[in-house]
Design a protein around this ligand. Structure first.
Ligand SMILES: [Ca+2]
Length: 131
């Protein structure tokens, strides 16, 4: 039985740069590219030839994307799950997580240290219950 491999495609965008800061960040224009690439290669391609992989940030952009995409193709966009990194952007294998951590309990995208162990925690936390 032969397995069929479906090629991945990618969706790039260009973004017009606004002179004034605080504007919405520029009008996006989407470009569908039919070629097999990994996500990282897709990002590289988009950054070389356009602005970046596509960001889809509201319903109107979602509609604009729908008019560019080819239906039923697996198409890379700019969204990805950020790996745990230090605040200067560096990565390291050493992460002294506590037992059962990181558990992403709720929406925990920052880490604190407690009892010499790391625990992921909600970035907006300012107080911690004593229990
Ligand atoms: Ca946690």
């Amino acid at each position: 039985m032969s397995r069929t491999y479906l090629q991945t495609c990618l969706l790039c965008m260009t973004r017009s740069v606004h002179v004034f800061k605080g504007s919405s960040g520029g009008q996006k224009q989407y470009f569908y590219i039919s070629t097999s690439k990994s996500w990282e290669d897709a990002q590289y391609h988009c950054r070389q030839h356009h602005t970046d992989l596509a960001m889809i940030e509201d319903e109107s952009e979602n509609t604009a994307v729908a008019s560019v995409l080819v239906p039923n193709q697996w198409t890379w966009i700019g969204l990805y799950r950020q790996a745990w990194r230090w605040s200067d952007g560096s990565d390291s294998q050493f992460k002294n997580w506590g037992s059962g951590e990181p558990n992403n309990y709720g929406n925990e995208h920052c880490a604190w240290e407690h009892g010499h162990k790391l625990n992921d925690a909600s970035c907006s936390l300012k107080h911690k219950n004593s229990v």
